[in-house]
Design a protein around this ligand. Structure first.
Ligand SMILES: [Zn+2]
Ligand SMILES: [Zn+2]
Length: 368
């Protein structure tokens, strides 16, 4: 079938093209995309910071309706509403079997090659393959993904809201609950309050962490942070974030700090903002060659920890249903994350707005 898609034709250059989409192979599912969130990781591919094969269909945070299933698919059928996962696990390797499907090497290898696990992308332009970002390619009218990359959801859930669960919500909330294991009354700080950082804040609010300090350089993002649970905000253009965080925590530093940008200097800030025995969590995706300089003495003498968190250590099949129950109960904000709805042609504008801090999450609606 033919589908319209926003294609990264070369680093820095996007265009909406009509591509050929092959039918789903064994164990694959064709999904009609209702909405797809614009994430910083998409921008990293556009800018070339995350070097992946081009041409490529970007977009990895989506939801839609199953339209066709390949041989052997039983968990979903045409008509099923689904959230996409950009990290469909194999369910057989040591990582998957030990409760860390986010570290499964099968999707990691396919993502690096821009294909599905079988080694092929389902998009083509003429004879040439067009690759899929992180086994998804959600900025398209339809895409083909592995069966383990779709999580069925009830038809009563808004697909626009559900799309956000696929990346920013799992990543932010999971970093608080699963990586840092934040407990009630513990203090937290988050550096960078874009889509992921806002979800760090609501994850921390849901476990009654206090205080919850948001650090950013955008006044609009800091305003959003207050809506998502920040009790204190720090404009890093106006004051030194470490001094401000120490002032909020009786000079101790926070129990847990989260870095949701992917920059060496803010990763170092997160480490410097924690108390002795605290944990700093690196969530943001830094360029592959970036390096961080930290005080080595602080590791043993203050028992400080710096750990990474990939996809919030989430298993979408396990974690999305309970998050949807929290949303239905009014405890998890999803609609409030959405600040713009744009057609495929609006992707470039969505990136520009993301960089200036004007937006929370922009949604691309491929059907227009
Ligand atoms: Zn993402
Ligand atoms: Zn695996």
């Amino acid at each position: 079938m033919q589908v319209r898609a926003a294609v990264l034709t070369d680093y820095g250059s996007l265009s909406v093209q009509t591509l050929e989409l092959a039918p789903p192979g064994p164990g694959e599912v064709l999904v009609r995309i209702a909405a797809a969130g614009v994430c910083h990781s998409d921008y990293h591919v556009l800018s070339g910071d995350l070097p992946l094969p081009v041409p490529m269909v970007l977009g990895h945070e989506g939801a839609g309706t199953v339209e066709q299933v390949g041989p052997g698919v039983h968990s979903v059928a045409p008509g099923t509403h689904v959230v996409l996962s950009w990290l469909p696990p194999c369910r057989r390797c040591t990582y998957c079997l030990s409760g860390h499907p986010e570290l499964c090497r099968v999707p990691a290898k396919a993502a690096a090659e821009g294909t599905l696990p079988g080694g092929q992308s389902r998009f083509r332009l003429g004879e040439e393959p067009v690759y899929q970002f992180s086994l998804t390619g959600a900025f398209a009218e339809c895409t083909v993904v592995p069966e383990s990359g779709v999580i069925p959801i009830p038809p009563s859930v808004s697909l626009e809201a559900a799309a956000l669960l696929g990346c920013s919500v799992l990543t932010g909330v999971g970093a608080v609950w699963r990586t840092a294991h934040v407990r009630p009354t513990e203090s937290i700080a988050v550096f960078g309050v874009g889509g992921v950082g806002l979800n760090v804040l609501q994850g921390a609010r849901l476990v009654s962490a206090y205080p919850r300090i948001a650090v950013d350089i955008s006044p609009q993002r800091l305003e959003a942070a207050r809506e998502f649970g920040a009790t204190h905000t720090v404009d890093a253009n106006r004051e030194d974030p470490i001094t401000a965080i120490l002032a909020c925590t009786e000079g101790q530093g926070v129990d847990a700090a989260f870095e949701a940008i992917g920059r060496p200097d803010t990763i170092a800030n997160a480490f410097n903002a924690i108390r002795p025995g605290g944990r700093a969590v690196a969530i943001g995706v830094a360029p592959p060659n970036a390096e961080v300089t930290l005080n080595a003495f602080a590791f043993p003498s203050q028992e400080k920890m710096l750990v990474g968190s990939w996809y919030g250590e989430s298993d979408p099949a396990r974690d999305i249903p309970p998050l949807l129950r929290l949303h239905a109960a009014g405890d998890l904000q999803l609609e409030q994350l959405i600040s713009a709805r744009l057609p495929l042609e609006g992707l470039q504008r969505a990136f520009e707005q993301m960089l200036t801090g004007e937006t929370r999450r922009s949604l691309i609606l491929p059907a227009g």
